[in-house]
Design a protein around this ligand. Structure first.
Ligand SMILES: Cc1cc2nc3c(=O)[nH]c(=O)nc-3n(C[C@H](O)[C@H](O)[C@H](O)COP(=O)(O)OP(=O)(O)OC[C@H]3O[C@@H](n4cnc5c(N)ncnc54)[C@H](O)[C@@H]3O)c2cc1C
Length: 389
């Protein structure tokens, strides 16, 4: 496969020189792990103490990784990216709110985005997080087979109703719906619920997508079993394939509580597991659809290769590539320029409420994770190219 992701002219075609300089500065800052750790601690403190740091956050990380405070703020970004063939997934990224009012808000926002998506070709998917619709502890209790109190049962029933309402809306409006994956100790209950939704709404085609976090060594087994059940019950499987964003938390909890970590033994093992899942789904594409959520160039090339080998059209609606806004534009924009389906998650929400999301991104971009040096090299190359013109 031709190495298309090195084309920085295409990658940064929407970025002005000033925007490139700003991105360079930001990635330089978050390249330092100690700085990210200190920055995270100071920001968390400042937010809890109600210090006026929102302006500073907006000017630095927020505007780089988010589309705005509201869904409407995001629309100019959505339209701009779509001029280059890159679609968006509007992602209401408020996290860690644990009351009924916020759960209803998140559901209503998802319903609204499904309506938006119906009207806008640039929005092929909607998305939500299971813990956006219900308390983490409820999911955890189900996973650990701890009995609910009557009050908790009533609360859980409302979570199920929220899931069903958005999945039904997605089905009625024919908009694919991605459901994010979270920590392993709440994920079993979410998986069961999403499977129920697939049974109900994926009878004709994959509309409801769950997420497989392939840093978990048990996920191939899960996928194969789900496939058996899908064959028996006659439903399609939609899956977002990611590596997984909670590795440190998973390893720490396992060590603390003394159980075997659910995370693969090495990065290479995760990579192999990811590729195995892509291969498995590609081999059963007659009943499956893939959303490959990754910034890994090798994984993306591999999927492109497989499509070519199998003679699958680049615009086949069963295969989408996905990246996060503010990251790996070299992958997204070059995929789109070459005719593939690609969408970027575009997070939005009030500045202080999207902090957990932003902190995950900053951590993922430290020099330890290795993503930043790639971003910096690409920006440097593009700056040089522009100066040389
Ligand atoms: C569109 C999109 C949607 C996403 N949705 C979700 C979601 O719903 N849930 C979620 O959890 N994450 C989600 N993510 C984040 C994703 O899981 C990864 O954290 C992120 O994309 C980095 O992985 P990568 O494949 O891009 O690339 P890479 O940089 O190649 O891989 C980094 C990843 O490899 C794994 N890894 C790193 N070191 C080790 C090690 N020592 N041992 C084992 N594994 C290791 C970790 O998962 C790490 O994040 C999403 C990402 C995208 C782009």
């Amino acid at each position: 496969m031709e190495k298309i992701f090195n084309n920085t002219q295409v990658a940064f075609s929407l970025k002005s020189d000033t925007e490139l300089d700003r991105a360079y500065f930001l990635f330089k800052l978050i390249d330092s792990e100690p700085l990210v750790r200190i920055g995270t601690a100071v920001t968390n403190f400042a937010i809890k103490a109600h210090l006026p740091v929102e302006g500073l956050i907006r000017a630095t990380v927020f505007d780089r990784f988010c589309g705005g405070i509201s869904e409407v703020d995001c629309l100019p970004v959505v339209d701009k990216m779509f001029t280059k063939g890159v679609s968006s997934v509007l992602d209401y990224s408020v996290e860690g709110k644990e009351d009924e009012e916020h759960f209803d808000d998140a559901m209503n926002m998802t319903l609204k985005i499904i309506d938006f998506a119906k009207e806008k070709k640039a929005l092929p998917f909607a998305v939500f997080k299971p813990t956006g619709f219900g308390r983490f502890e409820l999911y955890q209790k189900i996973g650990e087979r701890v009995a609910f109190t009557p009050q908790e049962q009533a609360e859980w029933d409302r979570v199920v109703v929220r899931f069903d309402r958005v999945c039904k809306a997605a089905y009625d409006k024919d908009i694919a719906l991605l459901i994010d994956g979270e920590e392993s100790w709440m994920q079993d209950a979410a998986d069961d619920l999403v499977e129920e939704m697939m049974i109900k709404y994926n009878k004709q085609k994959p509309i409801i997508f769950n997420t497989l976090q392939m840093y978990r060594w048990d996920r191939m087994d899960y996928l194969r079993k789900l496939h058996q059940r899908a064959k028996a019950d006659g439903f399609y499987i939609g899956m977002k394939l990611v590596r997984g964003a909670y590795m440190e938390k998973e390893n720490n909890r396992a060590a603390e509580k003394g159980y075997k970590s659910p995370i693969c033994e090495s990065k290479e093992a995760t990579d192999r597991n990811y590729d195995a899942a892509v291969l498995y789904m590609m081999e059963h594409l007659n009943t499956m659809a893939i959303f490959a959520g990754t910034h890994n160039e090798d994984s993306s090339y591999q999927l492109m290769d497989m499509m070519q080998q199998k003679g699958i059209d680049k615009t086949d609606s069963r295969i989408w590539f996905g990246q996060l806004y503010g990251m790996s534009d070299n992958i997204s924009f070059n995929l789109a320029a070459n005719g593939y389906n690609v969408a970027k998650y575009l997070p939005f929400g009030p500045v202080r409420d999207v902090m957990p999301y932003l902190i995950r991104r900053a951590e993922e971009n430290t020099s330890v994770a290795g993503q930043t040096s790639r971003e910096l090299t690409l920006i440097k190359t593009e700056r040089k190219r522009r100066k040389g013109k």
